[in-house]
Design a protein around this ligand. Structure first.
Ligand SMILES: [Fe+2]
Ligand SMILES: [Fe+2]
Length: 416
């Protein structure tokens, strides 16, 4: 009898706990010291509330929830379609309907403090995060791009979690495949769990994240990000003694006008940034790379002088699958020779190593370190993430593989 009651209890529990919220992830759309935004989606279209507070047992505050819809896109494989009176076999992209995505901004938080939160529709799991510190304490963050929703990304994040990173800079192409279907977005968000429940992911859009839509409508809906610039792609935030700026430095799909506006925004943003902080810019497209997607002259001519003028310490990008660290480069001083120290030039870091197949790089005068594919071979043991330890006067940067092995290790000292 006791056993029957126990089984009945378990069944009641199973059916009463409704797990609706899916793919929960954190971002900052405002000051990391005093706010946090919880993003999630559900397929059942049940709205929830977010409760939060300092004590796990009493979540006293409640955040308003915004809801948006994103297209639920799927790809029908091998459809017979007619083009100019001829029949071709093609994959066809269709819209099945829409998915609800939700955002809740938690406000009035104290700096450097641990908070607990609960998405009420999810019903049970209380998670936590810590706000950014008031001062310039040392901290660690991670970066990387081109995971494509792969299991490799999940494996790398498991290794990265050992270092307790405060946030994750995603350099684009988190979605895999030719089309950003709902399923491929879900694969990306799944690859971030459970770490995205407590570690904000700050992305910059890659070409695979676009749904063939240059406004990146679905991407925008899925991430609440700072919008001070009036553009959905350009944003910046400060954390400790670092200033971060995301730009859309793409050379192929975007008009000259858009690139020019982006460069103007970046210049203004860096001009206004605290000169005492490290300056880290990130985007999907390389400005300097010897890979397949080597930065175009147009992009380089627009952006490099800004990096030189405002003494950007580090430019993190992806798009090229592999790893290429540049020597210190200041194009204004020399377009063909590296500087002696990162105090005198920017480090351009191609960081597309989270799981998409590696390719080969040609190497150039500016290459300091390469991790690439062998000829006709894509060794999976070379996938990596970037770990950056920030101290008052130094960035220690490492590329770390799936086994925790250190593949590259270097320092950028603070420019005077
Ligand atoms: Fe890409
Ligand atoms: Fe990619």
């Amino acid at each position: 009898m006791k056993n029957i009651i126990r089984v009945l209890n378990v069944l009641v529990l199973c059916f009463s706990v409704q797990v609706w919220a899916e793919y929960v992830h954190l971002t900052w759309e405002d000051d990391p010291k005093t706010t946090m935004t919880v993003n999630w989606q559900d397929s059942k279209q049940v709205e929830g509330k977010v409760k939060y507070g300092l004590e796990k047992e009493s979540l006293e505050k409640e955040a308003a929830v915004r809801v948006e819809k994103v297209k639920d896109i799927e790809v029908l494989r091998g459809q017979m379609i007619e083009i100019s009176n001829e029949i071709f076999k093609r994959d066809v992209k269709t819209e099945k309907g829409s998915i609800n995505v939700y955002k809740a901004k938690l406000t009035d938080l104290k700096p450097g403090t641990k908070y607990y939160y609960l998405i009420e529709s999810e019903g049970k799991d209380i998670n936590s995060f810590t706000t950014a510190p008031e001062g310039k304490e040392n901290f660690t963050f991670i970066a990387g791009g081109d995971g494509g929703g792969s299991k490799t990304t999940a494996e790398l994040l498991k290794v990265a979690a050992r270092f307790r990173p405060k946030f994750f800079i995603y350099a684009g192409d988190m979605v895999g495949g030719a089309a950003a279907t709902a399923g491929s977005w879900n694969a990306a968000f799944k690859s971030f769990l459970p770490y995205s429940l407590s570690m904000p992911i700050m992305p910059t859009p890659g070409n695979h994240d676009s749904d063939d839509d240059l406004e990146f409508t679905n991407y925008q809906a899925r991430f609440a990000l700072p919008q001070k610039s009036g553009s959905v792609f350009n944003y910046s935030f400060d954390y400790g003694n670092c200033h971060f700026a995301s730009t859309l430095a793409s050379g192929t799909s975007f008009s000259d006008e858009r690139l020019t506006k982006t460069a103007a925004w970046l210049e203004e943003d860096l001009r206004a940034a605290d000169p005492a902080k490290f300056k880290i810019v990130f985007a999907h497209t390389p400005v300097l790379s010897s890979g397949w997607h080597a930065g175009s002259d147009k992009v380089k001519d627009l952006f490099a002088p800004i990096f030189d003028k405002y003494r950007v310490d580090l430019y993190i990008d992806g798009h090229d699958h592999g790893y290429e660290r540049s020597k210190p480069v200041n194009f204004t001083k020399s377009a063909e020779a590296a500087q002696l120290s990162y105090k005198d030039g920017t480090c351009y870091l191609v960081s597309g190593g989270l799981g998409s197949q590696f390719r080969q790089f040609a190497g150039s005068w500016s290459t300091a370190k390469l991790i690439q594919a062998d000829k006709n071979h894509y060794p999976p043991d070379r996938f990596y993430f970037i770990k950056i330890e920030v101290t008052e006067d130094k960035l220690n940067i490492q590329a770390i593989g799936k086994e925790g092995q250190v593949l590259d290790d270097f320092n950028i000292e603070k420019k005077n």
